[in-house]
Design a binder for this molecule. Structure first.
Ligand code: PXP
Length: 235
């Protein structure tokens, strides 16, 4: 199973102060050293975390880059110029804290079909970030999308019976997409705690995980960071 690490929130920390650090590209290198298969980064219309220059540098690194973006003319032009290996199309609203729902492929079939085809011409494999709903999977297949990424955010936010029901929906969606010949990915809101039932779904070939990895990294690294400052102050 492929792990794409989403490094957006390394950039969030940098943008909070407008400093040159922490550098998402240095973080990307560490993610690969840690065993990630690829890097995912979301260039938002409002540039709240990842900047154009970050995306350019990531594209130059020769790694498996998955560019997340809205299907706007501006983003399509950037993606076609940078030619990352993969592009995940997501819905985007300025006011949202994070990507809240899946893409409505059913409603926007014509537009998305032309974006998928254009990206495909440039060798960029497009994926549709969708809720685990059969109609969205069928529409993604109909427009020729080679990959779907199933939105696990609702599963992550629910608990008890409701979470169990959402897991069933994700399982069924993964099977349907796979049977239609599409590659199945999943992501959003995944943590070490809620990951095991998702990893157990055989049709899911790849996961994109960001927030929880960056959050966990604080706790793996905080002790050492303080020790380094104490050491520097003693010198
Ligand atoms: N997949 C998609 C399409 C996303 O939009 C995001 C969030 O940027 C992720 C995966 C990663 O989600 P999280 O940061 O909650 O792990």
């Amino acid at each position: 199973m492929h792990l794409g690490v989403n490094i957006d929130h390394v950039a969030t920390l940098r943008q909070a102060r407008g400093t040159p650090y922490p550098d998402p590209i240095a973080a990307a290198r560490l993610c690969l050293e840690g065993g990630a298969d690829g890097i995912t980064a979301h260039l938002r219309e409002d540039r709240r975390h990842i900047q154009d220059a970050d995306m350019e540098r990531l594209a130059d690194m020769g790694l498996h880059l998955n560019m997340e973006m809205a299907a706007t003319n501006e983003m399509v032009a950037i993606c076609r110029r940078l030619r990352p290996a993969a592009c995940c199309l997501v819905p985007e609203r300025r006011e949202e804290l994070t990507t809240e729902g899946g893409l409505d492929v059913v409603t926007h079939q014509a537009r998305l079909a032309s974006v998928v085809a254009a990206l495909g011409t440039d060798g960029v494999r497009a994926s549709m970030f969708i809720d685990p709903v059969p109609a969205q999977i069928e529409a993604s297949h109909a427009i020729g999308a080679p990959v779907v990424e199933l939105h696990t955010g609702h599963y992550a936010n629910l608990d008890g019976e409701a979470r169990a029901e959402e897991l069933v929906a994700i399982r069924k969606a993964a099977r349907l997409a796979h049977d239609l010949g599409m590659v199945v990915h999943a992501g959003h809101g995944l943590t070490l705690g809620n990951l095991p039932p998702i990893v157990a779904i055989p049709e899911i070939e790849g996961l994109n995980i960001g927030h929880a990895i960056v959050a966990d990294a604080l706790f793996c690294g905080l002790k050492q960071a303080v020790a380094d400052f104490v050491q520097a102050m003693r010198r």
